[in-house]
Write a new protein. Structure first.
Ligand code: NAP
Length: 388
């Protein structure tokens, strides 16, 4: 069975958490730089999901705007645009909405009781899928996985975001915060980011918070990226490393790997993926190089923060290497990184490197997370086959 897709939630809010105001016009919360950032995120996903109310109210196109990004997808054998996905309990959708325009696959997940109405309204303008009664998000994600969706971007609105959060079904939440308040006098009239109404418990409480992975200025908005999901920070950072491995330029002779280096205080110091900057780059090597351009030149010395950092890698760092003289194990030891967490043990395909053993023998604390090995392996299925 295909693993459930990686779920990215993305929205723009006011400082007081509103996703829109109560007026009939759509409130613009993010600027051109943030829209361009979202376009890049869209280009890295297989599907974009919004609630039926967002389809009705905002009438979004849900297409990639920059043709260079669509062309990049096409070159990798992907459809030019991600699939458009919506959820409905009533089946009340207008086939004239932009959601149903040609250009991308359209998937409508509908509660069983409304299938007849949805079919009568939509005809063949979308693939209509019975998602149970009441509609089950687990079923939606399972079905998306079976259709080959590996990454799904959930763009709102409030109810859909809240349901994914309350159901513990999100892996990332990106908030673009606009520099103003909506200050709606009646809090019920404008949609606000919140856990789903009637959520029986709060899975993201002060005792089980999200993991802050990024704080950035994008034009006039402040961008906050949180990691969620089971297993706490170690699993979350490692899952993120696996996601980064999907960005690797393809190669028939080298693995696709992602790496994240996290400082002692939880700050993400650097990320990298294989071949990100140069043809023979390994992910760990790129992350170290970005962090301190002098890092790979011993005379300048390593960044002192590395002496308390953890390196997360989707594949165990290499202990033997044909492409370059210095292995990733040697880079890690030279940097003084005391801890490495990895998902997948290197199959003996290109080298016999015993990276984990070498790191352990040198005093590095090594943690293997076999539960994420399959996710990391699947990215390399073209090298190692589809079986385990
Ligand atoms: N700022 C942002 O980033 C952003 C992004 C997107 C949207 N928005 C705003 O958000 C507002 C819309 O949010 P919203 O909360 O009203 O609506 P929504 O989340 O877009 O859609 C809710 C609808 O989706 C369907 N649905 C969702 N979860 C379901 C479930 N578990 N089972 C069955 N059906 C389900 C239902 O459709 P039916 O009613 O058809 O049954 C439900 O009424 C708009 O004002 C829009 O402008 C803001």
């Amino acid at each position: 069975m295909a693993p459930r897709p990686y779920v990215l939630l993305s929205c723009a809010t006011s400082v007081d958490g509103y996703l829109d105001d109560a007026s009939p016009r759509r409130l613009i919360l993010s600027g051109p730089a943030d829209l361009d950032r979202v376009d890049e995120v869209r280009a890295g996903c297989d599907a974009i999901l919004v609630g039926a109310q967002t389809v009705r109210k905002d009438n979004p196109r849900l297409l990639i705007r920059d043709p260079r990004r669509s062309a990049r997808r096409a070159a990798r054998g992907l459809p030019a645009h991600p699939a458009r996905v919506t959820l409905t309990a009533t089946g009340d959708l207008d086939p004239q909405a932009r959601f149903f325009a040609p250009g991308a696959l359209r998937l409508v997940y509908c509660a069983t009781s409304a299938i007849g109405r949805a079919r009568a309204q939509l005809g063949d303008s979308a693939v209509l899928i019975d998602a149970g009664d009441p509609l089950s998000l687990d079923l939606v994600l399972t079905d998306l996985a079976e259709r080959g969706v590996v990454r799904v971007l959930v763009e709102g609105g409030a109810r859909v975001l809240g349901e994914f959060l309350a159901g513990g079904l999100a892996d990332e939440l990106t908030l673009a915060m606009a520099p103003f308040f909506v200050a709606d006098p009646d809090p019920k009239t404008a949609p606000r980011l919140n856990l789903a109404p009637h959520s029986p418990f709060n899975p993201i409480s002060p005792t089980s918070p999200m993991t802050l992975a990024e704080v950035q200025r994008v034009g006039e908005v402040g961008l906050l990226r949180y990691l969620l999901g089971p297993g706490g920070p170690d699993h979350r950072f490692l899952r993120w490393a696996v996601e980064l491995s999907r960005l690797c330029p393809p190669s028939a002779s080298a693995f696709s790997v992602g790496a994240v280096i996290v400082g002692e205080d939880g700050e993400v110091l650097a990320t990298g993926f294989s071949r990100e900057q140069e043809d023979h780059d390994h992910a760990e090597e790129v992350a170290l190089r970005k962090l301190a351009p002098g890092q790979l030149r011993p005379s300048l010395g390593p960044d002192p923060r590395l002496r308390h950092a953890t390196l997360y890698s989707s594949l165990v760092p290499c202990g033997a290497r044909a492409s370059r003289p210095v292995t990733c194990v040697q880079h890690i030891l030279a940097a003084g990184i005391p801890r490495v967490v990895f998902a997948w043990r290197e199959p003996r395909l290109f080298t016999d490197g015993e990276g984990a053993e070498q790191l352990g023998a040198a005093g590095v604390a090594v943690t293997e997370v076999p539960g994420l090995a399959e996710r990391a392996r699947v990215v390399n299925a073209h090298l190692v086959g589809s079986g385990a």
